[in-house]
Design a protein around this ligand. Structure first.
Ligand code: GCU
Length: 676
């Protein structure tokens, strides 16, 4: 339950006495709700780490050692250089280090704003827990992304769309009167990893959230989150004017509709003065939107953005748009709809684009909209909940996948652009930057269902703060905070984490295969899936036939590949040059096509599936070897889940290979475990 904030007693004696002495004399420069939150955290941490409460002093110079404040508050004691350095870090940045006054030295944690100070305190506590605190080095840090946001897909009846860790933690029924202490722990956990925004409700939105009663409930949550620097967003249902006010239309150019949204925005801000804004899914998967009225995404988004603008609100419009009635390759629909609108969106609109063009697959090439629209604010949507990645049963650390996407070169708008540099605003000068992640949090005791799924929440926050950090660094940090310092544990858990994503890709969708999961629930294999609609009917995504397998998206096929920059088109159009991990995403190739290692495509597919199973067994062994070093309950929880994962990896391998064999009509390589 305590996540990575489960402060452990400090064992190292020098560190213990150093931290003990700092916490014996804590001085706050002023009072505000965020400093109260810091006190609360210091109380909790100190009691666990040192077995005693901190001593707070009212007198700055009397026996104080640890100073906590903002740059303004400490302006008398910081040098001009230090002040300039801190100022340059922006709102959420902080500095920590030693300051001298009257021959005495003090350890100071200083943010530009109170929330920056809070981030600095979490960072300091984290350094103590991971044994890296060094009083003599100065440290500065600031996020590279402005909005670091969780998207809850939580419904008002507490079910969670694609949630695998129990029900929604928002107890709408008892709000606003009852504040579950869990809300505070949720805010602490988020603030400790830099998350500063949350959209509370499902993108498949319920208009009721825009009623006064629900606004009051949302306000109660916003009040809890505010001291932790977290802003609340809500999802807006485009047809709400019809549903709530009985209007005949939701046409974004209709004066009554415009007035409705303006009134709603004004009302929300009367409850939540720092309300973040709306998140909207429109004209996608049957959700209402401007297209019903012959209007485009920009007209829809701008109308809502105008309602929010007087209050400083942001309108986040999702680019996950596809219609099953559209014959075109689903991969292309977002670019087709958004590229012509580039530059037409208001300044307070951000287009939130998934990492890939299909839908949170185990591995996807980056979305071709990155780099294609450069006069519009863009933001990332990752999925932390493992919808297509074994949900809360399989151990899959997602950070390597996100890192791969963030580091992908787009070659647009400039030769060195990457998805990450675009998101940071380096390419277009975009100021309002955003990385969002679909939450994996629920009422389960451990929050995320699988203990290791906590690492994905943690890693998401860290990567949203700094998209340049590596998944390896985060893995090490999370492991130390979760399982302690033991070097064997750190290295073996690190191994498990870092290999887990490739393992899942191997036993689920190797070599660029995708969307072959069971229909609708997306759990387990279903390449044979039948029915529903064209793109849910085999062989839509894998295109297996007697000749070969894979989705031809080159210029000769659907053409989706041509939406990327010419550098990519040139390389990826050639099956011999495209990275093999994306081979079947873009090419339909003969079963005997020769892979780089000399195997045929058919053999390669078989080896990948087989390797996936073997890798899960390796994970099991590695975990088993740590039994004496891990809390027995946690050990057993993970052991049991890994057993299921092994069975399921076999299920994936056997069923996919046997199914594809009905097309390939070739034997399995003799040296793999024969599927049956
Ligand atoms: C996926 C997911 C849906 C979700 C949708 C979205 O299709 O399965 O549950 O609503 O993505 O991102 O809007």
């Amino acid at each position: 339950y305590k996540l990575w904030l489960d402060y452990q007693p400090i064992e190292e004696s020098q560190l213990k006495s150093e931290v003990g002495s700092l916490l014996d004399g804590v001085y706050f420069f002023g009072e505000n709700p965020t400093f109260e939150a810091i006190k609360n955290e210091l109380d909790l941490a100190s009691k666990s780490m040192l077995g005693k409460a901190p001593i707070y002093s009212k007198e700055r110079l009397q026996n104080t050692k640890l100073w906590i404040g903002t740059r303004d508050q400490l302006s008398q004691v910081l040098s001009l250089d230090q002040q300039a350095e801190i100022k340059a870090l922006g709102e959420d940045g902080y500095w920590r280090g030693t300051v001298e006054l009257d021959g005495k030295s003090f350890y100071a944690i200083v943010g530009n704003q109170p929330v920056g100070t809070l981030y600095g305190v979490y960072n300091w506590l984290n350094s103590i827990q991971s044994n890296t605190f060094d009083k003599s080095t100065e440290l500065v840090d600031a996020p590279k992304i402005k909005l670091r946001m969780l998207n809850h897909w939580d419904n008002l009846d507490r079910t969670v769309e694609r949630g695998y860790a129990g029900f929604s933690i928002w107890d709408w029924h008892r709000l606003p009167g009852y504040i579950d202490p869990r809300y505070i722990d949720y805010a602490r956990a988020n603030a400790s990893i830099g998350i500063n925004a949350v959209s509370l409700t499902n993108v498949n939105a319920n208009a009721l959230i825009m009623t006064t009663d629900f606004m009051k409930k949302a306000k109660a949550l916003a009040d809890v989150f505010r001291p932790y620097g977290i802003k609340v967003f809500l999802t807006a249902r485009f047809s709400a004017p019809i549903q709530l006010e009985g209007l005949k239309t939701a046409d974004p150019l209709d004066p009554e509709v415009i007035a409705f949204w303006k009134k709603k925005a004004d009302e929300i801000y009367s409850f939540i003065p720092d309300f973040g804004g709306f998140l909207v899914k429109a004209n996608s998967e049957g959700q209402p939107g401007p297209h019903e009225y012959g209007r485009n995404h920009a007209e829809g988004a701008n109308m809502l953005a105008d309602a929010l603008a007087p209050h400083g609100g942001v309108l986040i419009w999702r680019a996950f748009v596809y219609s099953h009635e559209d014959e075109v390759d689903r991969h292309m629909q977002a670019n087709n709809e958004f590229e012509p609108l580039d530059g037409k969106f208001k300044d307070n609109v951000i287009i939130q684009i998934k990492n890939g063009a299909i839908d949170f697959q185990p591995r996807e090439p980056f979305h071709p909209l990155y780099g294609a629209i450069n006069e519009t604010n863009v933001g990332m949507e990752f999925q932390i909940t493992q919808e297509y990645l074994g949900q809360a049963t399989n151990l899959v650390y997602l950070a390597p996948m996100w890192e791969e996407v963030l580091k992908s070169k787009t070659y647009k708008p400039s030769a060195n652009s990457t998805v990450g540099s675009i998101l940071e605003g380096k390419e277009t000068g975009q100021k309002m930057t955003l990385i969002a992640g679909v939450s994996n949090i629920g009422t389960d005791r451990n929050w995320t269902g699988h203990l290791f799924a906590q690492s994905n929440w943690f890693a998401f926050g860290k990567m949203a703060w700094n998209p340049e950090v590596t998944s390896e660094e985060i893995a090490e940090e999370w492991t130390k905070l979760t399982f302690g310092q033991d070097s064997e544990v750190v290295s073996k858990v690190g191994e498990i984490l870092l290999e887990s994503h490739e393992t899942a890709v191997d036993y689920m969708t190797p070599l660029g295969l995708h969307h072959i999961m069971g229909r609708s629930h997306h759990y387990g294999p279903g390449p044979w899936v039948m029915g529903g609609r064209a793109d849910w009917t085999a062989p839509y995504y894998h295109q297996a036939d007697s000749l070969g397998i894979g989705f031809d998206r080159t210029a000769d096929g659907s053409g989706a590949l041509t939406q990327y920059a010419p550098e990519i088109v040139e390389k990826w159009s050639d099956p011999n040059q495209i990275p093999e991990k994306f081979l079947l995403w873009f090419h339909h190739l003969p079963w005997d096509y020769q892979l780089k290692d000399g195997n045929t495509l058919w053999e390669g597919i078989a080896y990948h599936y087989d390797r996936g199973v073997k890798e899960v067994r390796q994970m099991q062994q590695t975990w088993a070897s740590l039994e004496s070093k891990i809390d027995p309950e946690e050990f057993d929880h993970v052991r049991q889940l890994l057993e299921i994962q092994e069975e399921e990896a076999e299920w994936w391998r056997n069923s996919c290979l046997l199914y594809f064999q009905t097309f390939s009509k070739r034997p399995f390589p003799a040296d793999i475990e024969q599927p049956e």
